[in-house]
Structures are given as structure tokens and as C-alpha cells.
Ligand binder design. Structure first.
Ligand code: ZN
Length: 242
């Protein structure tokens, strides 16, 4: 079980449902019930971006958990959305990511949970909080909707944030790294909980099947018409008597 301590670094000009994240249940990680807020005291040092060292200087070295999971909105080194930092810390930036997810009606919390699963599995594979070198052993450039997608093209984050999976190649690497097969299967099943909201799933289905939707709506309208006539005939004696 990985104990995850979440902190928010700086101002988040977006709505993040921290209650939803805190109450998320997994057999493989536990999220500390207190999410702390830290202030950004330094200015950016790489143009508008913040270097790993700069971010790390604003974080505590001791915390209540196995991993310090830092969420921020400022752009990170190399414009990556995640950076592994020394002393069991990982920083996730919502810079650009939040706009992409909002435009596609995907909850930010989905992305956060997808990233936590990524760290938890890598921690099992490498017996430590992953370094950048560890991450490069498993992540792949091709986007497959997998939690180990590199997602160099940030807009492709929508695939692994709306329906995250563990692809076959990553599953093979994890098994080679002695992560038990049953745990990989269990986590794959847990990942199925991470989905878009029901309304947006229905809306997506309608967009993907417009003709079928028109057909179903028409049949439903006809059935409703027949049912109304039947109901009227059934109630007619009572209506006439009244
Ligand atoms: Zn993969």
C-alpha cells in the first residue's frame, strides 16, 4: 500500500474536487485525508517555466506519506506535465492540461488519479519513488490510452484520462520487473472506475452514433404515442363519467 500525501503548490485557477480525490478507494494506495496548500515563493527561472530545482526548493523534505504528490498550475521544466523530484516527490502540472481536459469534459480528478496509479505501479516495479530514468524504462511515445503514455503531444492526454488502461507492452514490462500478474489485473480493473461523467458519456455516444440515435428516438416517440392512446382508451370511461 502506497501512502500518498497530496499538496497543492500555489494558486489553482481551476476547480479541483479534492473531496472526490480524497474519498477515492484503491486496494493499492491510500490518500492522506489532509491536502495542504503551499505558497509559490520563487519566480520562474526558465523563462516562464519552473526548473525541478526551483520547485523542489519550495517543497518540504519530510511529510506524512511514501510519496509527496505535488499539484500545481505553473509550467514545469521542459513543459512536461510531470516531473520526478528527489526525496520521493513528484510534481504534476495542470498547465495546458486543465484546458485540454475541460474542453473535452473530462474531470481533472481523473487525470490526478491516472497519475497516482502511474506512480504507484512504478514504485512497485522499481522499489522506490520513480526517477526520470526509471520512468523512461516504461513510458512509451505512442499514445495507447495507457497510464504510461508519454503524451508528448499534450492534447492526447484525453485518451488516458477518460478511459485509462495498462497496455500489453507495459503489463509485460511490469511483470518482468516482478510486479505480480494479479496486481496488474486488479489495478486494470480499478482503472475502469475512472470514467467521464454519465451525462458526457451519453453525449459522446450520441455524437458517435447519430443515425442510431435518431432511429431510437423515433421508435421511442412512436411507442410513447401508442401507449398514450392505449392509456386514453383505458381511462375514457372514467373521464366521460366525470
Ligand atoms: Zn503502456
Amino acid at each position: 500500500m502506497t501512502h500518498v500525501k497530496i499538496v497543492i503548490l500555489g494558486f489553482l485557477p481551476i476547480r479541483l474536487d479534492t473531496a472526490k480525490i480524497k474519498k477515492y478507494k484503491s486496494a493499492y494506495f491510500h490518500i492522506n485525508s489532509r491536502i495542504d496548500n503551499l505558497t509559490i515563493s520563487n519566480n520562474s527561472d526558465l523563462g516562464w517555466h519552473y526548473s525541478d530545482n526551483n520547485i523542489n526548493m519550495m517543497l518540504p523534505d519530510t511529510f506524512d506519506g511514501d510519496v509527496l504528490f505535488v499539484i500545481t498550475k505553473v509550467p514545469l521544466e521542459g513543459n512536461y506535465y510531470t516531473r520526478a523530484l528527489p526525496k520521493n516527490k513528484v510534481c504534476i502540472s495542470l498547465y495546458e492540461i486543465s484546458d485540454i481536459l475541460n474542453a473535452n469534459n473530462i474531470d481533472l480528478e481523473n487525470f490526478i488519479l491516472r497519475m497516482i496509479y502511474n506512480i504507484v505501479l512504478m514504485r512497485m516495479a522499481f522499489d522506490r519513488c520513480p526517477t526520470i530514468a526509471d520512468a523512461l524504462e516504461i513510458v512509451h511515445d505512442e499514445t495507447r490510452g495507457c497510464i504510461f503514455d508519454m503524451t508528448g503531444i499534450k492534447t492526447e492526454i484525453i485518451y488516458s484520462a477518460s478511459k485509462p488502461t495498462i497496455c500489453e507492452d507495459c503489463s509485460t514490462i511490469l511483470k518482468r520487473k516482478k510486479v505480480p500478474k494479479n496486481i496488474i489485473e486488479d489495478i486494470s480493473n480499478e482503472l475502469k472506475q475512472i470514467r467521464k461523467g454519465t451525462y458526457y458519456r451519453i453525449s459522446d455516444w450520441i455524437k458517435e452514433h447519430p443515425i442510431l440515435t435518431i432511429g431510437v428516438s423515433s421508435v421511442a416517440a412512436i411507442i410513447l404515442g401508442i401507449f398514450s392512446s392505449y392509456l386514453f382508451e383505458l381511462l375514457r370511461p372514467f373521464i366521460m363519467r366525470a
